[in-house]
Design a protein around this ligand. Structure first.
Ligand code: PMP
Length: 351
């Protein structure tokens, strides 16, 4: 007789919003598919794959393309099956029984989720009301509570707020702990520590192809750290964690730097349109506060979040509902226009 253990018996499989919607602004994805010319290049690479062979365990071609895109040393980069895999792997391997990790709140929920699977004690640092991280208070908490690993997203999902490179640097150099900066959304901002990671004995940065690089389907994430840490990550990961399709496609995609950077600029422009539009709508609504963002989405505080979410859904627009907040991804110009129009309409019909 086998029964599930306590830590997993009540878990349910992750279910993204199901159904078909005309406008998907719920998952912070890139709004458009890769262009035809990039897809053609990928097809040619796929044609050359040796399907009978295991993938390259070090994902050399995609790691080199990634490193060249960001101007860093490929020896410092490890590819993962999405950053999700890397989050789990690092918590499982870099922490021992009895160690403590720290997450902040609100933040990406998977950090905390995996800590319970890894049976690691996880403390939570609650952000200010303005949703910013007070770096000094965080440093004090990490050192005061004997934290071994602190992990947070910068820019933050879901708030869209970020700490500057200077603050992040101060944190890394002031704590006696391993710091994981998840820079999943840093392509939309300019406060990365990516090109100085080698200087620190205690820093791992995550990047992903899922957001600004528009390739969530591939499941490609990257951990960047000094050589000692990188060697350890490579040693503990499962050997063939990134499949040959994703390696081949990723290597092509990261070589299209100009295209990717132009598209990122468009997304930032659309986020500004979204934010400004939401601010205008909020002027006549006492209880509707968009938070200024440095990522590709806008977080909005409103006690009517549930109702607005349902109204948008009835208009075939899906956003992310998080308690008394909505998180709205910056889609295409037309999608941004449409979500703004529908929220305005919601305010009119419920006035
Ligand atoms: N980190 C953050 C902050 C995210 O928001 C997400 C995706 N929502 C991830 C990591 C996961 O990225 P990936 O697709 O590379 O697993």
């Amino acid at each position: 007789m086998y029964t599930l253990n306590d830590k997993i018996k009540n878990l349910v499989p992750y279910e993204p919003i199901s159904g078909t919607y005309e406008v998907r602004l719920d998952a912070n994805e890139c709004p458009d598919n890769l262009p035809e010319f990039v897809r053609e290049e990928i097809k040619a690479e796929i044609d050359r794959l040796a399907f009978n062979r295991y993938p390259d365990p070090m994902a050399t071609a995609v790691v080199e393309a990634f490193a060249s895109y960001y101007g860093i040393d490929p020896a410092l980069v490890t590819a993962g099956n999405g950053s999700d895999e890397l989050i789990f792997l690092i918590e499982a391997a870099f922490l021992e029984k009895g160690d403590k990790m720290l997450v902040v709140s609100p933040d990406f929920s998977m950090y905390n989720f995996y800590s319970s699977i890894c049976e690691v004690e996880c403390e939570t640092f609650i952000k200010n009301d303005d949703l910013d991280i007070d770096a000094d208070a965080l440093i004090e908490k990490v050192n005061g509570d004997g934290i071994n690993l602190v992990m947070f997203s910068n820019p933050c999902n879901p708030t869209g707020r970020g700490i500057t490179a200077e603050e992040a640097r101060r944190l890394v150099t002031s704590v006696d702990a391993l710091v994981i900066l998840d820079e999943a959304y840093m392509d939309f901002w300019d406060q990365s520590l990516l090109d100085e990671v080698e200087k620190y004995s205690n820093l791992i940065i995550f990047r992903t192809a899922s957001k600004a690089v528009g390739s969530a389907a591939l499941r490609l994430g990257f951990a960047v750290a000094n050589e000692t840490i990188s060697r350890a990550i490579k040693a503990v990961k499962s050997p063939y964690n990134v499949n040959s399709f994703s390696q081949a496609a990723g290597a092509v995609i990261y070589k299209n730097k100009e295209y990717l950077q132009n598209r990122q600029k468009t997304i930032v422009k659309n986020r500004e349109t979204l934010y400004n539009g939401l601010v205008s709508l909020g002027k006549s609504q006492p209880d509707f506060t968009p938070i200024e963002s440095v990522a590709n989405f806008v977080f909005v505080r409103t006690s009517r979040a549930g109702e607005i979410f349902a109204y948008l859904k009835s208009k075939s627009i899906v956003v992310r509902l998080m308690g008394s907040y909505l998180r709205i991804t910056a889609g295409t110009e037309q999608e941004v226009e449409r979500v703004l129009y529908s929220i305005k309409e919601y305010f009119e019909v419920t006035a």
